[in-house]
Design a binder for this molecule. Structure first.
Ligand code: GTP
Ligand code: MG
Length: 334
């Protein structure tokens, strides 16, 4: 078959399957007006709606909580969410993909193959410990084909502190034999100016994915800096934690819905209450910690190396490992 015919056939098949796919407006209580309101906040498909809470949906769509609950139930039914058979669950797990960090040691700490999709990997540590460097490196590695530890995907980098460095991306790309301009083009960078902006950008990502951008990795550097700065007063801690909690849930939904790997960085603060060991704790405490699937603590080690420790994981031991930061990015040995 000629290539042209083949393309035509594929296009027809795609548009047919689109016709069959249930739309938001197929749900009870969701008409075109409500549907376009939902689209404007980044909810385009049944899956995005099905994972919402009635309160969130009611707020976003301007419908009563009762209508929202009905719509969510209907969406879940249409998508057949709920209990899965073991084999089906295993299949879902199979769709999980991994992005190499560039260091075998660090990949092994994360379970063997690097940063995982459908989950949140949080890295916290002091100034200069390497949090941003890992983010920049995986934004490149996600672009590799599967046999080189990538996913053939693009990355989104939400930069809250102005630390994204195109020159560093190009340097690493060149060192590993990739085309620096092409690599840079596959990383969408957005500067988030405050926490509201940081939250809003998530809707933009859903929209980009819907527009067929093959985004497989989301980096947020830093997750907590804006929240920390904006809610610094006494008595604001509860508010901050509530907003962070909500944000973490939004991130997890995004990761689940689009099979994304989410990598977030977090600062530390001195913890005077801790008398032994390293007297630092992560910002956002339990809220961020519990919502993260993998949580790694970074610190400087001997001779310029970095030590990474797995703190919290559903299935991995609390191991420690060593890696290095070089011109080539993240590697085992300097
Ligand atoms: P904060 O954002 O300030 O909290 O720190 P961070 O944890 O994000 O640190 P970051 O990832 O920016 O690490 C900075 C460190 O990486 C530097 O102090 C260097 O040690 C190392 N580094 C950065 N670029 C290079 C490079 O091109 N070559 C080498 N050898 N090391 C580099
Ligand atoms: Mg940084």
């Amino acid at each position: 078959m000629a290539v042209k015919d083949e393309v035509k056939q594929i296009k027809e098949a795609v548009s047919k399957s689109k016709d069959k796919e249930p739309q938001l407006t197929d749900l009870p209580g969701i008409g075109p007006a409500v549907s376009s309101k939902l689209e404007s906040v980044g909810i385009y498909d049944l899956m995005s709606l099905a994972v919402m809470t009635p309160t969130d949906l009611s707020e976003a769509a301007g419908v009563s909580p009762a209508v929202a609950r009905k719509a969510i139930q209907a969406a879940r039914k249409m998508l057949d969410l709920g209990f899965m058979e073991g084999t089906e669950y295993a299949k879902k797990r199979e769709s999980i993909n991994y992005i190499t960090t560039g260091s075998k040691n660090l990949d092994n700490l994360l379970g063997g193959r690097g940063v995982e999709s459908r989950s949140i990997t949080e890295v916290f540590g002091a100034y200069g410990s390497g949090k941003t460097q890992i983010g920049l490196t995986i934004a490149i590695n996600v672009q590799f084909p599967l046999d080189r530890g990538g996913v053939n995907g693009k990355a989104v980098f939400i930069d809250t502190e102005g630390t994204f460095r195109p020159s560093r991306i190009k340097q690493i790309a060149e060192k590993i034999g990739a085309n620096p301009e092409k690599v840079l083009k596959n990383i969408f960078v957005a500067r988030a100016f405050n926490s509201d902006h940081q939250i809003l950008l998530l809707d933009k990502i859903s929209e980009m994915i819907r527009n067929k951008e093959p985004i497989k990795l989301l980096i947020i550097d830093s997750l907590t800096a804006h929240f920390r700065a904006e809610y610094s007063g006494r008595g604001q801690l509860a508010d901050r934690q509530q907003r962070l909690n909500r944000y973490m849930h939004q991130l997890m939904k995004l990761a689940e819905t689009h099979n994304l790997a989410v990598y977030v960085t977090n600062q530390v603060m001195a913890n005077p209450a801790q008398l032994f060991g390293d007297p630092t704790t992560a910002i956002g405490g339990h809220i961020v910690g519990h919502a993260s699937t993998y949580r790694i603590y970074l610190r400087r080690g001997k001779a310029g190396s970095r030590v990474a420790k797995m703190i919290d994981s559903p299935n991995l031991p609390e191991n420690e490992t060593v890696f290095n930061i070089t011109e080539t990015g993240i590697v085992d040995d300097a």
